[in-house]
Design a protein around this ligand. Sequence first.
Ligand SMILES: Cc1cc2nc3c(=O)[nH]c(=O)nc-3n(C[C@H](O)[C@H](O)[C@H](O)COP(=O)(O)OP(=O)(O)OC[C@H]3O[C@@H](n4cnc5c(N)ncnc54)[C@H](O)[C@@H]3O)c2cc1C
Length: 412
Amino acid sequence: MTKFEYLIIGGGIAGTTAAETIRKNDEKGTIAVISEESEPLYSRLTLHHYLKDLIPFERLYLRNDNFYKEKKIELFKGKKAQKLDVSKKEITLDDGQVFGFDKLLIATGGHPNQWQVKGEDEKGVFCFRTIQDAKNIKRRIEKIKTINPHVVIIGGSFIALDLVTSFVKQGLKTTILVRRDYFLQNRLDEECAKLIEDILRKNNIEVLPHEEVEKVLGDGKVEGVRLKSGKTLKAGMVAVGIGINFGLEWLKLAGISTNRGILANEYLETNIPGVFCAGDCCEFWDVLSQTQHRVGNWQNAQKQGEAAGLNMCGKKTIYETVSTYSISFFDANACFCGMTDLDGASFAVTRGARENGSLGHLFLKNNRLVGATLVNRLNEQSSIAALIKNKVDLSVVLDKLSDPNFDLQVLL
Ligand SMILES: Cc1cc2nc3c(=O)[nH]c(=O)nc-3n(C[C@H](O)[C@H](O)[C@H](O)COP(=O)(O)OP(=O)(O)OC[C@H]3O[C@@H](n4cnc5c(N)ncnc54)[C@H](O)[C@@H]3O)c2cc1C
């Protein structure tokens, strides 16, 4: 059996950053990365640029095979870890290989939730997470452009925003079906979400709340969808973005504590000593908000990869960051910063108004900022992140915060 001093499961940004960090801090230690995907690291953030023809396919890659060789990081591509034995310190892969480890990192990200609807196996139904998905969608765009230039997107999510701007750029008429009352309902309050919907409609996107597909129509390939309301829509392609799951069953069986993600302390170490986690799958103890917290964005995954790598090398590092996620769509933008719900805050202050096209909510606890959601107020992002990080006491300016023109920068 081959044994590695550092074994990393998942070759995304969290896993790759951890491997690089370990190599910087331990020149000789043996490092292996097990990656279910058959690719070196690539950017999920720019997949939509490829769909829009803004960058060529090759530009999606952030590392090449040589990089791993040079850094003496063994990359096992197209292999899935499926069993963990914490007492023997062994991982079993789907091809039966067993690897031992001294330190283990789980950086397995998430998998798109499966959409279970009649006809979903018709050719032309896609999810959007991997480089392979992007390739498939691109091919489909080219196919339907002239014969059936209509797309239906399932789910009002961030992924929907990346997709919709790509489809519009490619001249496809796009409808977004939202099962709940409004867009991004699990992340945004109604007014912010409605502002996003206003922007989409202004760009000729149809957004249909309370609508679900009953059946995908077609004969071998997608031609449209029939909705539960009875309506039918033309569609040469259906793109599904209904959230991700973390596939943690095999880790639970091994005795790893989980909630929605894998539970970890502020050093990103799980309940099993020597087993760490990082990235989308990691639900860590957030020292800033004093809560167990999971974050699903690139910057967080990268920084957690770095912190986990340091901790695996014995350099004790508390993971502390204000995570931010921003997205641009058409001529608008939305941004999430820190804790963005009332679970982690005691009250919220509204800045701006939907009618004026710019709206934000500041979330506060003990008169200190813990998070914010911003639509078309991206210029406030860095001040907000600094106010959260520095735990600035806002008691004396509480009454001013709701003034959309009050400059947050002056508080720093
Ligand atoms: C289309 C798209 C657009 C996005 N846009 C943005 C954006 O604009 N800004 C932003 O901040 N974030 C964005 N995100 C989110 C961001 O990409 C993720 O937060 C980030 O990639 C998480 O990195 P990760 O390394 O934790 O997980 P992943 O990137 O998911 O990598 C995990 C890897 O582990 C592999 N794996 C899983 N299980 C196993 C196993 N058992 N064995 C071996 N390998 C396994 C997976 O196949 C995957 O390759 C976007 C995501 C998508 C899909």
